[in-house]
Design a protein around this ligand. Sequence first.
Ligand code: C2E
Ligand code: CA
Ligand code: CA
Ligand code: CA
Length: 277
Amino acid sequence: AKSDGRHIARFFDPGMQAAADRQSALETGLRDGLARQQFVLFCQPQFDVRGQLVGAEVLVRWRRENGVLVAPGDFIGLAESSGLILPLGQQVLEDSCNALARWRGDRSLGKLKLAVNVSVQQLRDPEFPEEVARILARTKAPAGQLLLELTESIFADDKQDLAERMHMLCGQGLRFSLDDFGTGYSSLAYLKQFPLTALKIDRSFVHDVHVDPNAGPIVKAIIALAQQLKLEIVAEGVEHEAQRSFLARSGCSALQGYLLGAPMPIAQFETLYSASG
Ligand code: C2E
Ligand code: CA
Ligand code: CA
Ligand code: CA
């Protein structure tokens, strides 16, 4: 009958089928990529307001067979929804800890804080604190120099559970930073419920800070709030000198962005910033 035909036609919508095929091809690709160690770390430097190198953020890239580098925006979402973020996140954390261990003793690199992005799915995994402990033991990385960056999506989750898990990790010496502050579920009341040592102002605020008459006051208010809560404040996406000087004057602890240094392969980061190189 006609109505059945219509129903069937909709169910087998070729556009939807094509999208589903792409999705599952990408998921297979991710799985293979993990097995073949195709995920590589890039590092982006962070500086204090006097221009001293104080840290770096780890940003993962997927180097496919054909040599193409895929940005995380194109695969982290699927890694999260498919569960592959757990093995991927583990690999990123292990490689990051190996870097911290390797940098020990270098007058410049040995002092840096290394910020690693962690998805809420990883933190939600009850095994996560033990796994972090195993990685720290295996790599002998200085835990106090490791900063885990979480996004505001933790606010939408079971706060009690996540806060407890974060406290366990703080007991191992790690610290937490809240990424993309101001973009999502921001509720100031929630800030106090989590053991955080730093806030990152999202680059959408930084972008307009020197031109939009509202963005400047918002950023100043975020910084004042962070200072009240004794949180360090990192501004990301600093591209212009006018942004840098505004943020430096307003009391940011650290700055990150293309103006100061783009993300680069970790080996290049080491050569560029090592005291011996
Ligand atoms: P994010 O944590 O907000 O990372 C900052 C992003 O801004 C990076 O994009 C970086 O390359 C870019 N960026 C740096 N400086 C500037 C600038 O001056 N201007 C502009 N317009 N952009 C700048 P990227 O590397 O593509 O990463 C995108 C997102 O992917 C990250 O956003 C983070 O949420 C996620 N991500 C990256 N690595 C990992 C990871 O290992 N695990 C997880 N779970 N997520 C990751
Ligand atoms: Ca981040
Ligand atoms: Ca961010
Ligand atoms: Ca962001």
